[in-house]
Design a protein around this ligand. Structure first.
Ligand code: HEC
Length: 399
């Protein structure tokens, strides 16, 4: 019952997280588009006299819209002002709760990988938490340092540090958890940008206007810089959040480099769209992004690691024995492995029929990607992988 409730809670959190994320990424895309699409008002027009720096006309949902942007602020503060912050906070809060339910509470199976490091479950969780906090602190210091005035260099340094984080986490955690933790670090930077920089800056601007003072343009400039950073983070972070479905990426021997390449492709593609709003078509950016994705497709294509020859007959009994010994601690109706509360991915391997039915998936997980058993916690041997391979290739017969 507890297992079911936790599973259900996970479902609700994931649902909320995706919806809040759509709202947040959607508003980021919208406002960057809006900013880039504004045209200066006619000289001498009413808008120009009121300090409007750009405006546009749009049609959506059967109505006409005419947003205007003021150079720093309008002369008079409007009574009703819409803020955009809860999409960011909700995304971060639901995402962190999901991280706790799916990864931190089951760190032994979901984060630790004894084949690559000797970290304990507690250490793995602390490493995850620490990397999220440290990422924000380092990033924020960089933005405040003199480097903060050189957008291109700053972007390259932040990207380099995230790749370094991916490299370090991939040496300590299972690939799936490492990817999610890099995503959580980038997501934390994004949400903290809103919470610590953009919103407080905007509050200061509004307060200054209420007090009859001119708002400090630096607050606007800083907010804009962080908001542009967030925009470039979106594509890589969304990939990291989806990556746990794609074992060819996080299961690759150089998983950190795969992550770096896919993120770079995401940033280049985002850049293409951002430039396009200005009417500039940066085809080399789009081309480079697509080429990188093509290279990753080739680089992560499954190639089966050589397996030792099998001694003795290959038959179903042997396969059943292996599954019984190595898999069903997790893959049974009532798993006994600590932290696994329900059969993972709904895969139950306790009956002969189920093993035969799932033979292709077993082959994928055990022979091709070698993701299963997770972190090889049950110590399947290469010879056992070879037996499974030979049995499936010979037609996965139940005899
Ligand atoms: C420590 C627990 C654990 C052990 C042991 C384990 N698995 Fe898994 N298995 C998981 C988890 C967790 C998932 C869910 C992965 C996901 O959500 O994508 C999973 C998923 C799977 C899937 C479904 C993947 C898919 O998307 O098609 C298969 C098949 C599978 N395991 C086979 C095996 C086999 C075969 C063994 C034994 C050689 C094994 N597992 C051992 C935890 C385990």
């Amino acid at each position: 019952m507890v297992a079911y409730l936790i599973e259900y809670l996970g479902m609700l959190l994931r649902w909320l997280h995706v919806i809040a994320g759509i709202a947040w990424v959607g508003s980021s895309f919208y406002f960057i588009w809006l900013d880039h699409s504004l045209d200066p008002p006619e000289p001498g027009s009413n808008s120009a006299r009121e300090g409007v720096s750009g405006e546009l006309w749009a049609i959506h949902g059967g109505g006409f819209y005419n947003p205007q942007k003021y150079a720093v602020a309008p002369a008079r503060l409007p009574e009703k002002l819409h803020w955009f912050k809860w999409e960011a906070y909700t995304t971060w809060l639901s995402g962190t709760a999901l991280l706790v339910v799916v990864y931190w509470m089951r760190a032994q199976s979901m984060m630790v990988d004894p084949s690559i490091s000797s970290l304990t479950a507690t250490q793995a969780v602390l490493l995850g938490m620490g990397s999220m906090a440290a990422s924000w602190i380092v990033y924020d210091l960089l933005c405040r340092s003199p480097l903060g005035r050189h957008d291109g260099v700053l972007g390259a340094v932040v990207f380099g540090l995230l790749v370094l984080l991916a490299w370090a986490l991939c040496r300590e955690l299972g690939g799936r958890a490492a990817y999610i933790q890099v995503g959580a670090s980038a997501g934390t930077i994004m949400a903290a940008n809103v919470f610590f920089i953009i919103i407080p800056g905007q509050k200061r601007m509004v307060e200054a206007m209420r007090a009859g003072r001119a708002p400090n343009p630096l607050d606007g400039i800083r907010g804009k810089q962080r908001s542009v950073h967030n925009n470039y983070f979106t594509l890589p972070v969304v990939f990291m959040m989806l990556s746990n479905h794609y074992s060819a990426t996080y299961g690759h021997p150089q998983a950190w480099a795969v992550l770096a390449l896919i993120s770079a492709a995401g940033i280049l593609i985002r850049h293409f769209f951002n430039r396009r709003h200005f009417g500039v078509h940066s085809w080399p950016c789009l081309g480079a992004g697509v080429c990188i994705l093509g290279f990753v497709a080739w680089w992560t294509a499954p190639h089966i690691q050589p397996l030792p020859p099998v001694a003795g007959p290959v038959n179903f009994d042997r396969v059943r024995g292996i599954v019984g010994q190595r898999c069903i601690v997790c893959h049974s109706a009532a798993p006994t492995f600590p932290g696994i509360l329900a059969p993972p991915a709904g895969v139950i391997l306790t009956t002969p029929d189920a093993i035969v039915q799932n033979s292709q998936r077993i082959y994928q997980q055990v022979v091709v990607t070698r993701i299963m058993p997770l972190g090889n916690v049950t110590k399947v041997t290469d010879e056992e992988r070879a037996v499974v391979a030979a049995w499936v290739r010979a037609g996965a017969s139940p005899q």
